[in-house]
Design a protein around this ligand. Structure first.
Ligand SMILES: *Cc1c(COP(=O)(O)O)cnc(C)c1O
Length: 426
């Protein structure tokens, strides 16, 4: 075991707290749910992160999804380096945006048309605005435990009232806004049906086709298609949030893997190859309502900028041309799933492992995990101890038990053994 001193991270964190709220630019990075000092990363290559003291870690976060090719992929670096010689953004249309849109529409099944934005949050908030503008209806349905970014309409929890209207789960979100978001339960089609029975002004249902923000939870057979049917019977749109699953579960995302098609699809993460990029796309007929074609407004100064497009095009092209990447990552996850199961069994630790493709998460509890209410009983104290043991052993797991691990290219036998050993020695 290497000596992982955190001195530099501790100094940087306390200095950062003076100038950045909580010392971080996204809350999960602050380690609040696991305790301790966040490790400051200086550089990364392939499957490894290197901290300010040059300690290395097998990266199981991969920037929360985007780095499926591993860090600092030479072809992505080349594409970005070539573009930056010619400036970073023009605020005019470019050929790169056309190339990107064509590539996305080729990879994602039955996708007609796509608009670039700068984050997953923007993609999801624009998708529901378009759904509302298109249908002329006000309410949306989301699922407890699913994350669609930090827009007001999504920071909502199930209300207690008989009307089943959502209530804000963050100060600053108006109750009027939250009351237009209805909360259903993942893998519970009846909960969706009940909301459609109670409300007749539902514009859309938005869902993560595989949940990754309450740990990894896979949809049961018929769940997604059942929602789609309920949507269409009730004049609502079916919106898939593929920010996490897009280009990760398959080159064409969950739509390809589960052979299901949505009306509007949201993308982010992998689509930018590590740059701040999102997108939303879908049926031409629906997108004819979006500005400048139609009245539903949406815009972005840096949307589709050529540097981000270069990283995205390079990343997606590699994924499109090398389907073996998906096969290899899936094999790695299968090995991890099986071996971790055995190790935790031998140690007598209650656990459930969910995995699909290159996503895997361990819940420390008894029984299956099919929804947020199941996931919530995970033993977070135990997770924190395992997490810190991992850091000391050179494994960087996501610092929250409600986040899936995302694997990236470059994880081989050595790294798998390192991960397994971390659990063996716990
Ligand atoms: C990460 C994520 C988002 C938000 O994307 P940002 O780029 O962080 O705004 C939305 N939906 C899902 C499913 C995500 O995983």
């Amino acid at each position: 075991m290497t000596n992982h001193t955190l001195t530099n991270s501790e100094q940087l964190f306390s200095a950062s707290k003076k100038y950045i709220p909580g010392g971080v630019n996204s809350p999960v990075r602050a380690f609040n749910s696991v305790g301790g000092t966040p490790v400051f990363i200086k550089r990364a290559k392939g499957a490894y992160l290197f901290d300010e003291n040059d300690n290395s870690y097998v990266d199981l976060i991969n920037s929360w999804g985007p780095m499926i090719l591993g860090h600092a992929h030479p072809e992505v670096i080349k594409a970005v380096t070539e573009q930056i010689q010619h400036s970073f953004t023009y605020g005019t249309p470019t050929a790169k945006e056309l190339e990107m849109a064509k590539l996305i529409c080729e990879m994602v099944p039955d996708l007609d048309i796509v608009r670039m934005v700068n984050s997953g949050t923007e993609a999801c908030m624009s998708a529901i605005r378009l759904a509302r503008g298109y249908t002329g209806k006000k309410k949306i349905i989301k699922f407890a435990g699913c994350y669609h970014g930090h827009h007001d309409s999504f920071l909502v929890q199930a209300g207690s009232g008989a009307l089943t209207l959502g209530s804000p789960n963050s100060p600053g979100v108006p109750e009027e806004t939250a009351s237009n978001t209805l909360i259903a339960s993942y893998n519970d089609l009846e909960s969706v049906r009940a909301l459609f029975d109670l409300h007749d002004d539902i514009a859309c249902v938005i869902i993560e086709p595989v949940a990754g923000n309450m740990g990894c939870i896979v949809p049961e057979e018929g769940f997604l298609s059942g929602i789609k049917e309920l949507c269409h019977r009730n004049g609502a749109l079916f919106v898939l949030d593929e920010v996490m699953t897009g280009f990760r579960l398959a080159p064409g995302g969950a739509q390809q893997l589960f052979d299901i098609r949505a009306d509007i699809i949201c993308f982010g993460k992998i689509i930018g190859g590590g740059m701040p990029v999102g997108a939303f796309g879908g049926k031409r007929e629906i997108f004819e309502h979006l500005a400048p074609l139609g009245p539903v407004y949406q815009a972005g100064t840096l949307s589709g900028n050529p540097v981000a497009m270069s990283a995205g095009i390079a990343t997606l092209t590699i994924l499109k041309d090398n389907p073996s990447i998906y096969v290899d990552l899936e094999e790695t996850v299968k090995t991890l799933h099986k071996e971790l199961d055995t190790i935790l069994d031998e140690k007598g630790i209650d656990h459930t492992i969910n995995s699909i493709g290159s996503m895997i998460s361990i819940f420390y509890l008894e029984g299956q995990v099919k929804s947020f209410s199941d996931a919530k009983s995970t033993n977070t104290k135990l997770f924190s101890r395992i997490f810190h043991h991992g850091l000391k052993s050179g494994i960087y797991m996501p610092p929250s038990n409600y986040e899936s691990w995302f694997l990236g290219q470059g994880i081989g036998e050595v790294e798998i053994e390192k991960i397994l050993n971390t659990f063996r020695t716990f």
